[in-house]
Structure formats: C-alpha cells, structure tokens
Ligand binder design. Structure first.
Ligand code: IPD
Ligand code: CA
Ligand code: CA
Length: 266
C-alpha cells in the first residue's frame, strides 16, 4: 500500500472539508440535535459529503465509517474513519477550536491520520513508523515526569449527566494532583496537543471511533502511550482513553482508575 498516496488524499480531503466548515462558520442558520446536547449542523453534513467524495473519487472500493452517515460498506481491509467536524458545540458558539479528523485503517491497523484545525491553520499528520508532524515539522510528546508538573486535558461526553459522579471524581483527582486541567471541546485536538507536548496527558470516557482514530494514532507516532483506563492498549472501538507522554502514565492511571465510583488507591 502506498501510504504517501493515502497521506496526500487524506490531507486533500481534510482541506476540502475545512473549506466547507469555514464557509459555514458564523453563518449557521439551523442546528439540529442528535441528543439532548449533541448538536449537528449543515456544516457537519456538508463537510462529510465533501470529504467522502474526495476519498471515493480515488478509492471507490474503500470502506468508510463517518459520523453523520455511518458505515459505507466497501473493502473491509481498507477503511477510512471520519469526523467531519469535531467540536460542533464550539463551532456553533463561534469558538474556533474545532477540527476535521480522518484516519486510514489497513487490515485493522491505523496507518495514517490527519487532524486539521481550520481556524488556526495547524495540520497534524502521522504515517505508520514515520513519526508525527505539525505543518510538516516533526513533533513529540513532553518530557514532564510528574503529574504535579503537568498540564492535563479532558473532555465531557454528551451523556455526562448519567456518569456525573465518576466524571467528577476523576476530574477532582487530576485537578488536585496537577498544575491544571483544561477542556477544549474537540477530542481530536486534545490528542494532537498531547502529541506536540502542549499537554502532558488526556483522558476521556464515552468517545466514538471517529473522535479518537486519527488523534490517538498521531499521539502514538509522536511518542505517546495510549491505553484504556485499565492500562490495556487502546483500540478504536474502545470508549475510554488515556493518552500521556508515557512518563506520567502510571501516575495518571492511579488518578482515574475507579472502583464503584471511588479511587482504587488513595
Ligand atoms: C465531541 C468532541 C468533544 C468530546 C465529545 C465528542 P463532536 O465530538 O470531541 O471534545 O468531549 O465527547 O463527542 O460531537 O463535536 O464531533
Ligand atoms: Ca467528535
Ligand atoms: Ca463530529
């Protein structure tokens, strides 16, 4: 498989989606709801259509899993996973922290990822065993060795009301132990900001494959350790994710591993 070609197509698709998002940004007339607070706009669907058309023109037989249209069946060994707008809530509020996330999975293994932040112009990419880049420059995770010296990032899922207790316990533990915790509103951006060392660790529960596929791969190629909350290797079907610079991973696990809503260790 020519991964450089996959990369070119993935980047082209991301920029096309980005242009669609920018043309709608600040001009959204209609916002629908997929759940109580889970929004979808015409920008999500238009961006997704453009990204899929770009990929399908060159790879008509590849399978596609995209947030708004679901699974488009094709060759199962060649699958694209797409979030056409990660950070829809930010987007609808005029906050420029939103992204496009596209991953390519070859025979079950992610081998390419791209995350574009249209409003800042930052583009994060990674190709299997080639490392990760931001705007074509190599990036790597931070060197921070202790949570007490770390800046952390998390996210709150749409069903946060249903899981408010464990959510708040994990947040309280990490907030008390670190230099600070941020919440930006795009899991793909959160993971890329771990990849480039802006944050030392990220955790979130209840994510979907399109939220994590590209970002977790970019983070791993940049040197991050990515697991679930039980320290098992992360796979894109998993809902919970812990991505760190590796050096604070064990300490982070001790802060987010809960049993019956309480800390395992104290
Ligand atoms: C959401 C964002 C957010 C995360 C949510 C996701 P969306 O994706 O990644 O940061 O906290 O869990 O669902 O809906 O904006 O594509
Ligand atoms: Ca998303
Ligand atoms: Ca989305």
């Amino acid at each position: 498989m020519d991964l450089e070609f996959i990369k070119r197509v993935g980047i082209a698709a991301a920029y096309k989606g980005g242009n669609v998002l920018r043309s709608h940004y600040g001009r959204i007339a209609k916002i629908d709801k997929k759940g109580a607070i889970d929004l979808v706009t015409e920008a999500d669907t238009a961006s997704e259509r453009k990204i899929i058309a770009t990929i399908k023109r060159l790879f008509p037989d590849h399978a596609i899993l995209a947030e708004e249209s679901g699974l488009n069946i094709g060759e199962p060994d060649h699958q694209w996973i797409i979030d056409p707008l990660d950070g829809t809530t930010n987007f609808t509020h005029g906050l420029g922290l939103f992204s496009i996330s596209i991953a390519f999975v070859l025979s079950g293994e992610t081998v390419f990822g791209v995350v574009l932040i249209p409003e800042t112009g930052e583009i994060y990419t990674a190709v299997k065993d080639k490392g990760a880049e931001r705007n074509s420059q190599p990036i790597g995770v931070s060197e921070t060795r202790l949570v007490s010296e770390s800046l952390l990032i998390t996210g709150f899922p749409y069903n946060s009301k249903d899981i408010i207790n464990p959510l708040m316990t994990r947040l309280a533990n990490c907030l008390s132990a670190s230099q600070g915790v941020r919440r930006l509103g795009s899991a793909a951006i959160d993971l890329c900001f771990v990849a480039c060392g802006r944050f030392d660790g990220f955790w979130e529960q209840n994510l979907k494959p399109w939220d994590t596929a590209a970002g977790e791969f970019i983070a791993r190629e940049a040197g991050a350790v990515v697991t679930d909350f039980s320290n098992k290797p992360f796979t894109i079907d998993k809902k919970e994710i812990l991505a760190t610079n590796g050096k604070i991973h064990t300490e982070m696990l001790s802060l987010i591993q809960l049993k019956d809503g309480r800390l395992l260790k104290s």
